[in-house]
Design a protein around this ligand. Structure first.
Ligand SMILES: [Zn+2]
Length: 458
């Protein structure tokens, strides 16, 4: 490893210059006018994969933007195969006037590189490319088998990726998936994210009388759909934040003692958190900390609500209908279809007979978890310790990354999320940037990671 480490250290400045070339390509996947730029970017990635020494490189066409693939499978059957996933497309840049420098003219300032895509996700994809290059150039081989899958449609919902994975299961077969498309917990706090939440998103529509009524003439005699909807929503949760849907918690994967200990180690300041949000008190399920509630426990929230008169002044009306959008963040082992059914049954049970209630499921996705004692997680701990000189923390993400579930379902492979961005690096906003020290330490960590992963007995 010494040769590799020295090589990475001595190429620090070159890496930044090389990254700039990647960042200059305006690969905004959602803009039709950037279609050719996105293609140029795929070709750039293809060339890169070739130049770092990967094999079987190919640009796969999809009905949308292409997927780029390359691999190196000469480490031997007794070594694990790692699939690295990332994306080369970026978010749109507007509002353009809020950028200090043009978004596709990468600029280095105060130890950061500023450009659209620097953190999300080109900079992080680049980390993997350069770690592979450092191994192949200095040792002529990689310690593990590598498959590299980079798509160009992540920012538009990875619309063609699931089908590609389903059709290419043999090509993509692997033991573990590594994704670097997220953030560390904080600066100098290297992090391993091992869990993601799922989602069940519902719509509830309540209909009362066949038309809006005069609340003076009919009020008191006819149930009001808004009142009925409010009754339903209020009864979904108790006043301590516990969800009241029958069977809702049955499949919830409980936090282990080890996980709860790890949560306690996270540098989190509750006072600052409240101050930032200008709230005087936190609210959530009893018996859990704020970080546990926000990432490892299921939730239920009303996302939108409508009905009746919303204009200025007063209009006395007893409306004909009302509705609400309600989302539930799910945790591993909760099946979205089952939760949707439990939600529907429960809402029907508590709905007053005086109104008609329709429950629609809008969309759902499963959560994902990689066991905290997985050998690939142990290897990541050691790699980040070597790369950052600090023991990493364990985190779980409150949101979802749908592709992680696809990897789990179709490839039966656990995903390890090694984010090298920071929470305040403005991914998706003006002045997106990537901290260059994390970029460099990321390359070093991933180079170590390949080495640590090779120690896993297959
Ligand atoms: Zn991303």
């Amino acid at each position: 490893m010494d040769k590799i480490i020295n090589y990475i250290e001595s190429n620090k400045d070159k890496y930044i210059e090389d990254l700039k070339v990647f960042l200059r390509i305006p690969s905004v996947s959602t803009n039709p006018e950037n279609k050719n730029d996105v293609r140029d970017c795929a070709e750039y990635v293809e060339k890169q994969l070739r130049s770092i020494g990967l094999e079987n490189i190919s640009i796969y066409e999809t009905p949308g933007h292409p997927i780029v693939y390359g691999d190196w499978l000469n480490a031997g059957d007794d070594k694990p195969t790692i699939l690295i996933y990332g994306h080369y497309d970026v978010q749109p840049v507007d509002p353009l006037n809020l950028w200090t420098d043009p978004p596709f003219e990468p600029t280095v300032r105060d130890g950061n590189i500023y450009a659209r895509g620097s953190a999300d996700d080109k900079g992080q994809v680049f980390i993997h490319m350069k770690s592979i290059e450092a191994h192949l150039l200095n040792n002529g081989k990689l310690p593990v088998n590598i498959k590299f899958l980079i798509e160009g449609e992540e920012e538009i919902g990875s619309v063609n990726l699931d089908e590609f994975i389903a059709k290419n299961k043999t090509l993509l077969k692997c033991d573990y998936v590594v994704v670097s498309d997220s953030a560390m917990f904080d600066y100098d706090v290297p992090s391993i994210c091992y869990g993601l939440r799922g989602l069940a998103y519902m719509q509830v529509e309540v209909t009362g009388p066949n038309r809006d009524l005069h609340s003076g003439s009919f009020g008191g005699a006819v149930n009001n759909p808004i009142n009925a909807l409010a009754h339903i929503i209020v009864n979904l949760k108790d006043d301590k934040g516990k969800i009241l849907i029958d069977g809702f918690y049955d499949d919830v994967l409980k936090l282990s003692d080890k996980e709860r200990e790890e949560f306690k180690k996270l540098p989190f300041n509750e006072e600052k958190y409240m101050e930032e949000l200008e709230i005087s008190e936190l609210f959530g399920e009893e018996g859990y900390t704020t970080l546990e509630r926000a990432s490892a426990r299921p939730t239920l929230d009303c996302n939108g609500i409508w009905g009746g008169f919303q204009g200025e002044g007063a209009k006395t009306v007893l409306p004909s209908h009302a509705g609400a959008k309600i989302s539930m963040r799910l945790v591993p082992n909760q099946e979205p279809e089952k939760i949707e059914k439990l939600f529907t049954d429960y809402v029907n049970k508590i709905s007053p007979d005086s109104v008609k209630v329709k429950v629609i499921s809008l969309h759902g996705g499963k959560g994902a978890i990689t066991p905290i004692d997985s050998p690939a997680i142990d290897a990541a701990v050691e790699a980040l310790r070597l790369g950052f000189g600090k023991t990493p923390v364990f985190t779980r993400e409150g949101g979802s990354i749908p592709v992680v579930n696809t990897f789990q379902t179709l490839l039966e492979a656990d995903t390890i999320l090694l984010g090298f961005g920071l929470p305040d690096e403005n991914a998706h906003s003006p002045d997106e940037h990537l901290n260059l020290s994390n970029f460099q330490r990321g390359i070093l960590s991933v180079a170590h990671y390949f080495n640590e992963l090779s120690k896993i007995k297959k």
